[in-house]
Design a protein around this ligand. Structure first.
Ligand SMILES: C[S@@+](CC[C@H](N)C(=O)[O-])C[C@H]1O[C@@H](n2cnc3c(N)ncnc32)[C@H](O)[C@@H]1O
Length: 281
């Protein structure tokens, strides 16, 4: 039996905030900055690119446009239902380049060495332990040709803010969850470039994006922020926190709109795009 609450947006493989409905809302709420991040990766027309941990494929239409008709994408994800959603997307839309799909694990990629010009991975490495992250980056380096590009976009939720709510309320919750693999993985975005250098990647750079949303919020932004608050409120129930914090998280979970509708409401989310080149020797 699945005891997950709807706010967890969980996949069949047990990953929270990874169900297709949430991924659509997440992407649409932050589309301008997300598209700018993908453009900044430097993917070139005609390349062959692996989207590793592609989810339900929200980045694929723009990626295909950047690659053009001569390009090629392989989209891989662990969750079968997300791969099926990508297949539905490919069948229903005229995308700019051919796209293949695969169910698989980014820590053991089912591709030959040196297959791709680039790997793009967004919001997927947060689910990995430190050891599995090392293995995934090793795999990204293996499947990319020498001189090719590894591009990983990852959030750093230590910057999550829901002002005017006191940010320390969120910090105490994140601190209480520091043993949780996903939560600590979602606070690692800023440090990914160090992993890249350790893996032997060259010309390592990092580009940080701060996405901010203030009133008036679009409906999709409200929905995304509401999902996040309900998720955090659900996590708070499982943690050892001061009684006053439990009280606040319960109130937020029961009535997130009260906070979101505040005239001074301000949502902040930060992520880092880490880039590196696979060594030629
Ligand atoms: C938050 S979603 C992000 C999806 C997409 N890249 C995006 O940005 O919308 C995380 C995805 O990573 C996938 N995932 C998690 N661990 C994985 C693994 N070890 N191998 C492949 N995919 C994985 C999940 O199934 C989920 O679809």
């Amino acid at each position: 039996m699945n005891n997950a609450s709807p706010s967890e947006q969980i996949t069949s493989t047990g990953h929270k905030l990874s169900a297709g409905a949430h991924l659509d809302v997440h992407y649409l709420a932050l589309k301008d900055e997300y598209d700018a991040t993908l453009r900044a990766a430097g993917i070139r027309p005609g390349w062959s690119v692996l989207d590793a941990g592609a989810g339900n494929g929200v980045f694929l239409p723009l990626m295909a446009e950047l690659l053009g008709a001569e390009g090629h994408i392989e989209a891989l994800d662990l969750a079968q239902e997300n791969v099926e959603a990508i297949e539905g997307l490919i069948a229903s839309q005229q995308l700019a380049c051919p796209i293949g799909t695969r169910t698989g694990d980014i820590t053991a990629l089912p591709y030959e060495t040196g297959t791709f010009d680039a790997v793009w991975s967004a919001n997927a490495t947060q689910y990995l332990s430190d050891e599995d992250l090392t293995q995934a980056i090793k795999e990204f380096c293996r499947v990319v040709k020498p001189g090719g590009l590894v591009a990983v976009k990852e959030v750093d939720i230590s910057v999550w803010q829901y002002q005017p709510q006191d940010p320390k309320l969120t910090w105490r919750l994140l601190d209480a969850l520091s043993d949780d693999v996903q939560i600590s993985g979602a606070m690692r975005g800023t440090r990914l470039s160090a992993w890249f250098r350790t893996a032997g990647l060259k010309n390592v750079t990092a580009l940080t994006t701060l996405a901010e949303r203030r009133q008036p919020l679009r409906p999709v932004e409200r929905e995304y922020i509401r999902n996040n608050l309900e998720f955090l409120s659900g996590l708070a129930r499982t943690c050892d926190l001061p009684e006053a914090d439990h009280h606040q998280w319960k109130a937020i979970g029961e009535e997130p709109e009260r906070l979101i509708s505040n005239l001074d409401f301000c949502y902040r989310e930060m992520w880092v795009l880490s880039l590196g080149i696979v060594s030629k020797c």
